[in-house]
Ligand binder design. Structure first.
Ligand code: AMP
Length: 618
C-alpha cells in the first residue's frame, strides 16, 4: 500500500473525502473548492458526463438524465418493495436488469448502480489527486451500518470500476465515533451515534475505551432519510396547488424536480427560520395562461408533517439498546451525524429520548469521511493504539427443508469471525445438497435476502441423517461474507460454485472498468478541447476590442481579413468545434500581429497629436 490512503463518505445526497495529514483528518475540497460534493451524475445531450454541483445545477432542465440517490438502489433487487417505492419517486427510469437487480436507464442505455457510484468515486479520487499532487489508488469507503452483503459487495465493485482499491469498508456510524474519539486517550464512554442522512438512518451503540472502539449493537432503516422529509413537503405543495388551480402536477417531471428542490430548500431554511415562502413561477400551463405556485410553510407545520418520520427513528434505537442490553441512561454521549440532524425537531427528539443534549462539536457533514481517513491511517500503520471492533449488522444463515431459515451467525456478532454448523441430508442416498445462503431476521427463507446458492455434489450414498456436512461462514473486516461446505465423512471439501443471486459478474465489472477508463481519456480530451476553446474565446474578445479601437489604422484589405477571421473563429467557438478553430489558428495569430501593429500605430498617432498640440512636457 504505497502513497496516501483516502477516506470517502459516499453519501446518498453528498459525498466527502478526507485524508490524514500531520496526524489530523483534513477535508479535501473538490475542483470548485467545496468541501462536500453532491452524489449526483448527469449525462448531457452533448454526451458530457457531469458530477457534483454542476450536475445538480442542471437537474431542472434535464431531470431524466440527472441521477441522484443511487445509494438507494445499489446492491438491490428490482422487485424489492423499497426499490419499487423509490422508483415511483425518482424522476429517472429505474429498470430491472437481466440478473434481477435494479438498474437505471439513461436514454438507450442501462447503468448498474455501481457504475454510477463509480463516476462519483472517480471524481473524488481526481480531486484528491489534484490536492495531494500524487496518484491515489487506495481508499476506505463508508457504508450505512445496515447495508447487507450485496450492498457492500456492490460498493466494492463501484470502487474497482473507479480505479480505487477499497482497502476497507467501514460502517458510517463507526467512522463517526472514530473521528469523535480520536486523540482521546484514556477516555471510557458509551457512545450513541444517531446518523440521519439524505436516504438512510443508522443508529449505533459503541464503547470507547482508551483507543479501543467496540460496536455493541447497530440498527437502522435503509429507506428513511431527509428525502422523505422533502417528499412530505412536496406532496403537501402538490395537494395545495391542485386544490387551488385544479391542476395536477404529479405527471410533470420538470415541475416535480423544481418542487423537490424547493421543498428541500424550505426544509433546510426552517431549521433556522420560523417561516418560509415558497414561490415557483410558471410551474404549469393552465387553460388561461401560466400558473405560479405560491405557498408558505412554518416550522410548526413542518414539524407536524414529519413528526412521524422523526418518531420512526426511535424504533431502531430501542432495538439496538435492547440488543446491547443497555438503556438510554447508560449512554454518555450522543453524536449527531448527517445533514438531517440539523433539524431542531430531530435534535429535540434525541434529547428527549436520551435525557441529554446531543454533542454538536463535530461537523455532521464531514465527520464520517474524517473517521474513514483515520481508519485508513490505522490500516497503513500511521496511527497506532487504535483498534476497531465492528459488528455484523444482520444475521446470516441458510435455508432448511420446507423453506425455513436457520441463523448461523446472529446479528451484532463482532467481526471478523468464522463460524460453522453441521447439517445432514433429508432423504436416503441423497447425492447432492443445495445450500442457500441468506441474510436477515425473518423466520422464513423467502422473507430474507438471498446472498447466493451453491451445490455440494457427489455425496456418497448413505441413509438420511448420516452424512455430516459442515457449512462455514467467514466474515472479513468489511462485513463481506464467504461461505464454504465440507463433507466431513469423506473429508473432502467438495468443488462448489457460488451463484450470486444478484450483483455484477466479474466480466461485467471488467467491461465497466474498461469503459470507465476509456471515458477518462474521452473526458480528458474533452476537457483539453474546452480549455483550448476557452483560450480562443479570450483571444477573440481582446482582438475584437483592439479592432474596435484601433482597426482604422490598418488598410482596408487588412481590416477585411480581420473581420473574416474573427467571424470564422466566433462561429467555431459557438459550436464548440476545436477542429474548426485549429483551422483558423494561423489566421488568428496573423490577426493578433496586425492588431498589435494597429495598437502601436494608434499610440504613435496619439503621441504625435499631443506633440502638435504642445502637449505634455517630455
Ligand atoms: P447527508 O446524506 O448526511 O449529506 O444529509 C443530507 C440530508 O440532510 C439532505 O436530506 C438534506 O436536505 C439534509 N439537510 C442538510 N442541511 C439541512 C438543514 N440545515 N436542515 C435540515 N436538513 C438538512
Amino acid at each position: 500500500m504505497a502513497g496516501k490512503l483516502i477516506g470517502i463518505d459516499l453519501g446518498t445526497t453528498n459525498s466527502c473525502v478526507c485524508v490524514l495529514e500531520s496526524g489530523d483528518p483534513r477535508v479535501i475540497p473538490n475542483r470548485e473548492g467545496s468541501r462536500t460534493t453532491p452524489s449526483t451524475v448527469a449525462f448531457t445531450d452533448k454526451g458530457d458526463v457531469l458530477v457534483g454541483h454542476i450536475a445538480k445545477r442542471q437537474a431542472v432542465t434535464n431531470p431524466q438524465r440527472t441521477l441522484f440517490a443511487i445509494k438507494r438502489l445499489i446492491g438491490q433487487r428490482f422487485d424489492a418493495p423499497r426499490v419499487q417505492e423509490a422508483k415511483n419517486r425518482l424522476p429517472f427510469p429505474v429498470v430491472g436488469a437481466p440478473n434481477g437487480d435494479a438498474w437505471v436507464r439513461v436514454g438507450e442505455r442501462d447503468y448498474a448502480p455501481p457504475e454510477l457510484s463509480a463516476i462519483v468515486l472517480r471524481n473524488l479520487k481526481q480531486a484528491a489527486e489534484a490536492f495531494l499532487h500524487e496518484e491515489v489508488t487506495d481508499a476506505v469507503v463508508t457504508v450505512p451500518a445496515y447495508f447487507d452483503d450485496a450492498q457492500r459487495q456492490a460498493t466494492k465493485d463501484a470502487g474497482r470500476i473507479a480505479g480505487l482499491n477499497i482497502e476497507r469498508i467501514v460502517n458510517e456510524p463507526t467512522a463517526a465515533a472514530l473521528a469523535y474519539g480520536f486523540n482521546k486517550p484514556g477516555v471510557k464512554q458509551t457512545l450513541a451515534i444517531y446518523d440521519l442522512g439524505g436516504g438512510t438512518f443508522d443508529f449505533t451503540l459503541m464503547e470507547m475505551n482508551d483507543g479501543v472502539f467496540e460496536v455493541l449493537a447497530t440498527s437502522g432503516d435503509t429507506f428513511l432519510g431527509g428525502e422523505d422529509f422533502d417528499q412530505a413537503i412536496l406532496l403537501m405543495l402538490v395537494k395545495q396547488f391542485h386544490e387551488k388551480t385544479g391542476t395536477d402536477l404529479t405527471g410533470d417531471r420538470m415541475a416535480l424536480q423544481r418542487l423537490k428542490e424547493a421543498s428541500e430548500k424550505a426544509k433546510c431554511e426552517l431549521s433556522t427560520l420560523d417561516k418560509v415562502d415558497i414561490r415557483l413561477p410558471f410551474i404549469a400551463q393552465g387553460p388561461s395562461g401560466p400558473l405560479h405556485l405560491e405557498a408558505s410553510l412554518t416550522r410548526d407545520e413542518l414539524e407536524q408533517m414529519v413528526g412521524d418520520l422523526v418518531e420512526l427513528t426511535l424504533i431502531p434505537i430501542k432495538d439496538a439498546l435492547e440488543q446491547a442490553r443497555k438503556t438510554a441512561k447508560d449512554v454518555d454521549e450522543v453524536i449527531l451525524v448527517g445533514g438531517q440532524t440539523r433539524m431542531p425537531l430531530v435534535q429535540k427528539c434525541v434529547k428527549d429520548f436520551f435525557g441529554r443534549e446531543p454533542n454538536r462539536t463535530i461537523n455532521p457533514d464531514e465527520v464520517v469521511a474524517a473517521g474513514a481517513a483515520i481508519q485508513g491511517a490505522v490500516l497503513k500503520g500511521d496511527v497506532k493504539d487504535l483498534v476497531l471492533l465492528d459488528v455484523m449488522p444482520l444475521s446470516l444463515g441458510i435455508e432448511t427443508q420446507g423453506g425455513g431459515f436457520v441463523k448461523i451467525i446472529p446479528r451484532n456478532s463482532t467481526i471478523p469471525l468464522r463460524d460453522a454448523r453441521v447439517f445432514t441430508t433429508v432423504t436416503d442416498n441423497q447425492g447432492r445438497v443445495e445450500i442457500h445462503v441468506l441474510q436477515g431476521e425473518r423466520e422464513l427463507a423467502e422473507h430474507n435476502k438471498s446472498l447466493g446458492r451453491f451445490d455440494l455434489i457427489n455425496l456418497p450414498p448413505l441413509p438420511k441423517g448420516v452424512p455430516q456436512i459442515e457449512v462455514a461462514f467467514d466474515i472479513d473486516s468489511n462485513g463481506i461474507v464467504r461461505v464454504s461446505a465440507k463433507d466431513l465423512m469423506t473429508g473432502l471439501e467438495q468443488g462448489m460454485s457460488i451463484r450470486p443471486s444478484s450483483g455484477l459478474s466479474e466480466l461485467e465489472i471488467q467491461r465497466m472498468v474498461r469503459e470507465a477508463e476509456a471515458n477518462i481519456e474521452a473526458d480528458e480530451k474533452r476537457r483539453d478541447e474546452l480549455k483550448y476553446i476557452a483560450s480562443a474565446e479570450g483571444l477573440i474578445f481582446s482582438c475584437d476590442k483592439s479592432f474596435a479601437e484601433c482597426g482604422k489604422y490598418l488598410n482596408e484589405e487588412q481590416q477585411l481579413f480581420i473581420r473574416e477571421t474573427l467571424g470564422q473563429a466566433r462561429q467555431a467557438v459557438s459550436s464548440r468545434d476545436k477542429a474548426a478553430l485549429q483551422a483558423c489558428e494561423a489566421d488568428l495569430l496573423e490577426t493578433q500581429n496586425l492588431l498589435t501593429e494597429a495598437v502601436l500605430a494608434a499610440s504613435e498617432a496619439m503621441m504625435k497629436a499631443m506633440d502638435e498640440e504642445g502637449g505634455l512636457p517630455s
